[in-house]
Design a protein around this ligand. Structure first.
Ligand SMILES: *Cc1c(COP(=O)(O)O)cnc(C)c1O
Length: 389
């Protein structure tokens, strides 16, 4: 091959991430992998049976590009039942190949080159990549450690708005911090969106995984927000089927049509048998999620207590799959070095939070441990961390 060949600028440097490195390190060392958020937990048996039956029944060809109609209806019913938001299944709900495609298609549909996307920092690593693919720029607004959790600085948010601001990207419950945005924080976010005519895009893939009796609030339900919000969610985290890659977007018809226009040329459509199985299962999500939260909350408690005993101060994970811990007490000033050494020192893999940080020089003494694992895995990791601490 031509030796002066270079990838296009829009993908340059995206190649190898710390996730690849840590997953490889876990494999090479046999360490307990609390790095990537891949669930070790079972999916609902009925859901798996429905998917298998759909495959065997020959439901294996392209579904409609915007999604299997019964799934769009089930998603609309879910939003109405849980949040009091009405969406027309025909043109206000779009099924996507996971939340990942929903977010990429959304930014491709909403942003022109040079536009700015406001996001809270740290954030899910796809956001910066998606903005870049769209030719847009991600503008970070910090979530600062505040006591045992993380808080939004509403003044910093207001200061981040410029004439090029187009989209505000909000993830609640939040990865990687485990934060749930409070009612007051959401009100501040909504006010900024309304005042500056921003379109809000929300990533709510952990909407069913809020612990300690807490509540998920959806931005679209705030006054004046339904008409300017695209709400993204997915079956992956809710049902422990992250390999299925079925997600969805809800919003006003013109915005959803723009996202569908981009989506049709990314994947055209998404897994027919999985969509059929989810259409039959989403109506019963509440009973399933109650059980799943019990399991995950117990894992969260075991991990948080273990980190405390090991001397790695944990933050409070209010939701989702992850606990943040501060590594300074072990003599580290850099979470990356801690994560590179941890497999050998303790036999455990974690991910440095700096991998999710958009601001150069952002605090780097935090690391992320995931607890969407079998209880044995969490207990084994805890034992190893306490021994090494
Ligand atoms: C896992 C995750 C996604 C990706 O969801 P898929 O449905 O698997 O594509 C998106 N956003 C956040 C915050 C996640 O943690």
């Amino acid at each position: 091959m031509n030796t002066d060949w270079n990838p296009a600028a829009r993908v340059r440097g995206m190649g190898t991430s710390i996730f690849t490195e840590m997953t490889e390190l876990a494999r090479a060392t046999g360490a307990v992998n609390l790095g990537q958020g891949v669930p070790e937990l079972d999916a609902p048996a009925g859901l798996l049976r429905e998917a298998a039956e759909a495959v065997l029944a020959g439901r294996n060809q392209y579904p409609p590009a915007t999604g299997f109609p019964a799934l769009r209806e089930a998603v609309a019913a879910h939003q109405a039942r849980r949040y009091g938001l009405e969406y027309r299944p025909q043109d206000e709900v779009l099924v996507t190949t996971g939340a990942t495609e929903a977010l990429a298609a959304t930014l491709l549909a909403l942003c022109d080159p040079g536009d700015e996307v406001i996001a809270f920092d740290p954030c899910y690593d796809a956001y910066a990549a998606d903005a870049r693919l769209a030719g847009a720029r991600l503008v970070p607004v910090p979530l600062e450690p505040d006591g045992d959790t993380f808080a939004l600085d509403a003044d910093a948010l207001r200061a981040a708005v410029t004439p090029r601001s187009r989209v505000l990207l909000l993830n609640t419950p939040h990865n990687p911090t485990g934060k749930v945005f409070t009612a007051a924080e959401l009100a501040a976010v909504a006010e900024v969106c309304r005042e500056h005519g921003l379109t809000a895009v929300t990533d709510e893939v952990y909407e069913h995984l809020v612990y300690d009796g807490g509540q998920h609030r959806t931005l679209a339900a705030l006054p004046g927000m339904r008409e300017r919000t695209l709400t993204v969610s997915s079956a992956g985290k809710t049902f422990n089927v992250t390999g299925w890659k079925i997600g969805w977007v809800c919003g006003p018809a013109p915005l959803v049509a723009a996202v569908a226009a981009a989506k049709q040329f990314l994947t055209y459509a998404s897994g027919t048998p999985y969509q059929e199985a989810l259409a039959r299962t989403l109506g019963g999500v509440e009973a399933w999620a109650t059980e799943l939260r019990r399991t995950l909350q117990r894992n969260r408690d075991l991990l948080s207590e273990g980190l405390t005993r090991a001397g790695l101060r944990p933050y409070r994970a209010e939701a989702g799959y992850f606990v943040q811990a501060d590594v300074r007490a072990w003599g580290y000033s850099d979470g990356v070095r801690f994560c590179r050494e941890l497999p050998l020192r303790a036999g455990v893999v974690a991910i440095p939070t700096s991998a999710f940080c958009l601001r150069p020089g952002a605090p780097s003494t935090l690391v992320r441990f995931s607890f969407c694992k079998r209880e044995e895995s969490v207990l084994m990791a805890v034992e190893k961390l306490v021994k090494a601490g």
